[in-house]
Design a protein around this ligand. Structure first.
Ligand code: HEM
Length: 443
């Protein structure tokens, strides 16, 4: 008998239009057109088949807010570790591991991509680097960095730029350098390293590209190990140092620390997890500011009011969530909202759809900063794996929004909207390039 998770709402499934029926029948989240414009597919799934088996992906898509929340809250039945480690360097894991042991100072399994009880211990220690105090302390310096990146583009004086390539991506990488206490001038390397690490779960590598990526990851690890060894001896005011020195006291008074291998994996995870996601959030911000009527004016009206600006950012993350869907693997047979799922099945929690669930967010495509329940969105996931970097991410996107509004005006898309290209992936909804025009806003 399979365990029942989430309420069985089979009786509430709604009749679909012929078009929606066809979309469910023929559509797939692996389809790049659906990845670019997913909302109709999400709606069809939520209404007619909320736990939908996507045969092309070989994954069960969980699309309703309530079911996503139920699955997230049970990290033992729905394992992150299995979902992740079975994806890593798919089919070439031994060779990948051996390469890093030989050239990269060791093989460091991703400690945060784990299940309880191990995850609970790692998570507690990792949170030491993301305290409200550390995030608050970083804000002035991050504001300076963001201001500088935008000013460099504005001061070029030609009134045009690629908002993703010239602003969102460099800005995020420079913030990471600041936050982790890495060396200035490392931006290009970090960008390459980041792509190499992300490729390990993309399941698209040939042996040749796997080895090229392994070489880059080896460099990254050698660099981080040297930094961390230096921090061990001389603590610094940054997140690498926080992780190297993280310590928690258990109820019985005993102390816990990270092993060096765990700390290396967490610094690596911090560098990667916050990179694409935050750049995507800022790229999406430019997208809505240049394509949705009234959005730029709305941002202007809230920019000097911290509380309203926070609500604007939260509604932005709800309506344009950077992370679309992330993996879980069932560890036993289970029934979710009336649908039986076998053991060892791959699932995707479709956060993008949960944020559009009309039973939680009426008129979900409307941008409304007065929603009572803004904070219920699942852009940062939920349960024990909820984004550990969310305070930092919110702050960074807020600071970016403020600086954009203060330095730029009359922004417009420089290409037809239909020509916007998205990165082909199920995991995020990321604009690859966004040419825009704008005018400089004088002080
Ligand atoms: C707007 C930007 C961001 C978004 C939308 C985002 C989204 C998410 C989501 C949806 C998860 C849940 C993963 C799951 O369900 O399996 C997550 C986890 C995580 N995020 Fe973020 N994130 C952002 C920024 C950041 C930043 C800035 C950092 C760190 C510097 C970070 C570090 C992490 C880590 C380490 C985890 C894993 C936590 C765990 O498994 O316990 N994220 N993030």
């Amino acid at each position: 008998m399979a365990t029942q998770i989430s309420q069985d709402r089979t009786s509430e499934r709604q009749a679909l239009t012929a078009e929606q029926e066809e979309l469910l029948e023929a559509g797939s989240l692996a389809d790049t057109d659906i990845q670019a414009r997913p909302h109709a597919f999400y709606t069809a799934m939520r209404r007619g088949d909320p736990i939908h088996y996507d045969a092309r992906l070989g994954s069960w898509l969980v699309t309703r807010h309530e079911d996503i929340s139920a699955v997230q809250s049970d990290p033992v039945t729905f394992s992150v570790q299995h979902g992740y480690s079975e994806q890593q360097a798919r089919g070439m894991r031994d060779e990948f591991e051996a390469y890093l042991r030989e050239h990269g100072g060791g093989y460091f399994p991703d400690a945060i991509m784990s299940d309880p009880p191990y995850h609970t211990r790692i998570r507690k220690l990792m949170e030491q680097a993301f305290t409200a105090h550390r995030v608050k302390e970083l804000e002035p310096r991050i504001t300076e960095v963001v201001r500088g990146v935008i000013a460099d583009v504005v001061e070029r004086g030609d009134g045009k730029c690629d908002a993703v390539k010239d602003i969102a991506i460099p800005l995020t990488i420079r913030v990471i350098v600041e936050q982790l206490g890495l060396d200035q001038g490392m931006e290009d390397e970090i960008s390459r390293w980041s792509v190499a690490v992300t490729a390990q779960i993309g399941a698209m590598q040939s042996r040749e590209t796997m080895l090229q990526n392994a070489a880059l990851i080896a460099q990254l690890q050698q660099y981080l190990i040297a930094k961390m060894k230096a921090c061990e001896e001389n603590p610094t005011e940054d997140m690498i140092s926080d992780l190297v020195h993280a310590e928690v006291t258990n109820a019985d008074g005993s102390k816990e620390k990270l092993t060096f291998a765990e700390a290396v994996s967490l610094v690596r995870a911090t560098l990667i997890a916050g990179n694409d996601t935050t750049a995507t959030a800022i790229g999406n911000l430019f997208y809505v500011l240049t394509t949705r009527p009234g959005m730029a004016e709305l941002l202007d009206s809230v920019v000097d009011d911290e509380r309203q600006l926070n609500r604007f950012i939260e509604e932005h993350l709800r309506s344009e969530p950077p992370v679309r869907a992330l993996s879980r693997m069932t560890t036993r047979e289970v029934t979710v909202n009336g649908t039986a799922i076998p053991a060892h099945a791959h699932m995707l929690l479709v956060y993008g759809s949960g944020n559009d669930d009309e039973s939680v967010f009426p008129e979900p495509r409307k941008f409304d900063i007065t929603r009572q329940n803004l904070g219920r969105h699942v852009a940062f996931g939920g349960g024990p794996h909820r984004c550990v970097g969310l305070a930092l991410a919110r702050m960074e996107v807020k600071v970016a929004a403020r600086e954009i509004a203060r330095q730029m005006k009359n922004m417009a898309l420089a290409i037809p909207e239909s020509e916007i290209r998205y990165t082909p992936t199920v995991a995020t909804r990321t604009i690859e390039s966004l040419p825009i025009t704008f005018e400089k806003r004088e002080g």
